[in-house]
Design a binder for this molecule. Structure first.
Ligand code: ATP
Length: 261
């Protein structure tokens, strides 16, 4: 994992921490009258005509305060599982229960890629979440906290980088006042400071959180807590940054032996 913004900041200045302030925040969810938010019980899922892929016997319960991290490889059916959790797909056997009035804040790469419109982030968020009641200045303050610099608030979204669009998606999730966060590889586009801010926000969030982490093994629950996950990500990104710095130093020094690709 790593972020395009992390590599970009290394290219311009070899430092590990950017000098801007980020503070992700998801508001305290409204009371739904029950601690239990959603459940998949003995759920199976199969696409019609696809006998080579299916999910079997999935049991996941998400309550207020739940933290569920799932580790699995690409191709394991992550989008399908996330769609079952969000209610976009219904199980072909077993049961799916969801609290009435449940709001789910969902993050994935497809949502980031799909943000390619001519309106700017402020216009986009104000149109999509009118119930937030925020004025443009409020939306801009929020975008700033999610790490989108002021200049980019008024640039058409189509011109933003993946990392900048990711911040717009996160700000939108916050404005939607979710009870559950479904986060599919949420750190891909983020630099270390933002990953730290996201982990803090997830930790303090009063609702339920499901995070998908890609790894090469089978689909399993993550063996650790969010602190462990944060430490792992930061270790990975530090190693990537060190490798980038070494490469940059080698490129600048004509006498240093070069790595052969
Ligand atoms: N609507 C569909 N109809 C038939 N098969 C589908 C459909 N959507 C996905 N699949 C198949 O189901 C399997 C799992 O797909 P899914 O998108 O859930 O997970 P994934 O492969 O882990 O992808 P991603 O990493 O993009 O989430 C794949 O073999 C895919 O081709």
């Amino acid at each position: 994992m790593g972020g395009e913004e992390a590599s970009a900041s290394v290219a311009s200045a070899p430092q590990k921490w950017s000098d801007y302030q980020v503070e992700f925040h998801f508001p305290e969810p409204t009371d739904l009258g029950s601690n239990s938010l959603m459940q998949l019980m003995d759920a199976d899922f199969k696409y019609p005509g696809r006998d080579d892929f299916g999910l079997k016997n999935v049991n996941i319960g998400i309550d207020m305060g739940s933290r569920v991290a799932i580790v699995g490889p690409n191709g394991a059916g992550k989008t399908t599982l996330m769609n079952l959790l969000s209610g976009d797909l219904e199980p072909t056997a077993g049961e799916s229960r969801r609290s009435a009035k449940l709001r789910i804040g969902r993050y994935n790469q497809h949502f980031v890629d799909a943000l390619s419109m001519d309106v700017n982030p402020v216009e986009y968020l104000m149109t999509k979440y009118p119930e937030s009641g925020l004025k443009p200045e409020g939306v801009r303050a929020m975008l700033g906290k999610f790490g989108l610099s002021g200049h980019h608030h008024l640039v058409p979204i189509v011109k933003l980088s993946g990392g900048q669009k990711a911040r717009v998606v996160f700000a939108g999730i916050s404005l939607s006042q979710p009870h559950i966060l479904l986060l599919d590889e949420p750190t891909n586009h983020l630099d270390m400071q933002s990953i730290d801010a996201l982990c803090d926000a997830v930790e303090e969030f009063g609702g339920g959180v499901v995070v998908w982490i890609v790894d090469n093994g089978e689909i399993t629950p993550y063996d650790g807590d969010f602190e462990d996950y944060r430490d792992e990500l930061i270790k990975e990104i530090s190693a990537e940054l060190d490798a980038d710095e070494e490469e940059a130093a080698a490129a600048a020094d004509p006498f240093k032996p070069k790595k052969v690709a």
